[in-house]
Design a protein around this ligand. Structure first.
Ligand code: UGA
Length: 436
């Protein structure tokens, strides 16, 4: 099938490459010429495991190309919209400028029978608002939310745990759903749940899923706050409640909380939309979820201050991680970087390292000292702060090895990723989040 993908960021670029890999003829379109040049060379413009190989193979096969010219969408049967929906500059609502611009740009190239498939995360009601413009061309609008996780994006796109397609009523909707089944044929063939809904449900499925995940993380972080005043250990608590299959252990990792380009802005946009709909109270708890999440960053900073005897002024603090999570170079709303910047603001000499995100972090916060090599970054550290649980920090950095690099003997584990007993046994003062 011929497909177009408008927007070649974390979502669109992966989607385009993944669709080519399952046999489709795909053109990826973006307004950013630098991104397009890089993708056209088969180089991923951001860090995402497996993407590079998929891009190179797609381009080599002739089934994948990238352009800034939206006219290239002409002739595709399905046009995916994967542009960003960031938080508005002056409020909590989602900024739909890019979605609207993508649809407007696409309109002249739509033919009767084409499908426009929105993948961007949007406030409920967006599809209904966009539909008249699209339907005037004879095309059909569906909403097909994306659930990929950065760091696992390729795998999540090719082999998702469910497919959701919101369609309009009538034959057009049924036909559109059938066409999407063809698009995702390998996943459908292996029995992946394929859920056909109306537009509003599909839009809500996405924000509800992210709201639930964010709530789960803030729930365990709230327990961490209680653990901190009672001497309990939140990691043991999470293990114990996680054995209950109704609860589950995943996303019960207490620490400095969630960040990234999705969960924080999605829960805020959901609150804003619910208020517009007169149902603000239904998701009022999301404000609390957000507040708990942001408090944990402060808590990590306070722990470093306490650990260093009441002040970080002129202390060498090495921060392990800048990305909002491992296997990503994404620093959007990164709790890791936030902690580093706050420490710097308090007068610490902050050295920060990350296997993938230094370039992005440096652009945003040039005032920090960036060191690419982990061991070099650790030299002379008075305190080590783990904020992004990359394997080379969490699994591979042993207290014995760290002891050879610095005379400082303080670690603050912002992700509860380390074995506290092992660090203590090696002579370090260990501080976890919600752990005694
Ligand atoms: C999230 C969702 O997990 C995806 O399903 C969704 O498709 C995506 O948003 C999106 O809307 O596009 P992602 O932002 O890649 O994916 O990251 P997550 O793996 O959800 O992690 C989010 C944040 O939560 C990270 O900062 C991570 O460190 C933190 N986290 C995660 C915790 O603090 N504790 C945990 O137990 C798990």
């Amino acid at each position: 099938m011929r497909l177009s993908v408008i927007g070649c960021g974390y979502l669109g670029a992966v989607h385009a490459a993944a669709m080519a890999s399952i046999g489709h003829d795909v053109v990826g379109i973006d307004v950013d010429p630098r991104k397009i040049e890089s993708l056209s060379r088969g180089e991923a413009p951001f860090y995402e495991p497996e993407l590079q190989e998929l891009l190179a193979a797609g381009i080599e096969s002739g089934r994948l190309r990238f352009t800034t010219d939206v006219a290239a969408a002409s002739g595709s049967s399905v046009h995916f919209i994967g542009v960003g929906t960031p938080q508005q500059k002056d409020g909590y609502a989602a900024d739909l400028t890019y979605v609207n611009a993508a649809v407007d740009a696409l309109l002249p190239y739509l033919r009767p029978g084409d499908i426009v498939a929105g993948k961007s995360t949007v406030p409920v009601g967006t599809a209904a608002e966009l539909a008249p413009r699209i339907e005037a061309t004879g095309a059909t609008l569906v909403w097909n939310p994306e659930f990929l996780r950065e760091g696992w994006a390729v795998q999540d796109t090719i082999d998702p745990d469910r497919l959701v397609v919101g369609v309009p009523g009538g034959d057009a909707g049924t036909e559109a759903a059938d066409l999407l089944r063809e698009v995702y044929h390998p996943a459908v063939a292996k029995g992946t749940p394929f859920i056909v809904t109306d537009w509003a449900t599909a839009e809500l499925v996405k924000v509800a899923a992210n709201a639930f995940l964010a709530t789960k993380i803030s729930f365990i972080n709230a327990m961490a706050e209680i653990a901190e005043v009672t001497g309990a250990d939140v990691t043991q608590l999470a293990d114990a409640i996680g054995h209950d299959v109704r609860i589950g252990r995943r996303f019960l990792g207490a620490g400095i909380g969630f960040g990234g380009g999705c969960l924080p802005k999605d829960i805020r946009a959901f609150s804003a939309r619910a208020e517009e709909l007169g149902r603000g109270e239904s998701v009022a708890f999301l404000r609390e979820v957000d507040a708990i999440n942001l408090r944990r960053r402060e808590r990590a900073v306070d722990l470093v201050i306490d650990a260093l005897g009441g002040s970080v002024f002129k202390k060498n603090v090495t921060v392990l991680g800048a990305a909002f999570k491992p296997y990503s170079d994404d620093i959007r709303d990164s709790p890791a970087l936030d902690v580093a910047v706050r420490l710097h603001g308090l007068g610490a000499w902050v050295t920060i390292t990350d296997p993938a995100a230094i370039e992005n972090a440096q652009r945003l916060h040039p005032q920090l000292n960036y060191v690419a090599d982990r061991d070099e970054a650790l030299r002379a550290a008075d305190a080590i702060v783990l904020v992004t649980e990359w394997d080379e920090y969490r699994r591979e950095l042993t207290p014995e090895h760290a002891s050879t690099l610095t005379t400082g003997r303080v670690v603050v584990d912002g992700r509860n990723g380390w074995d506290a007993a092992a660090w203590r046994a090696a002579g370090w003062s260990y501080y976890g989040m919600g752990r005694p």
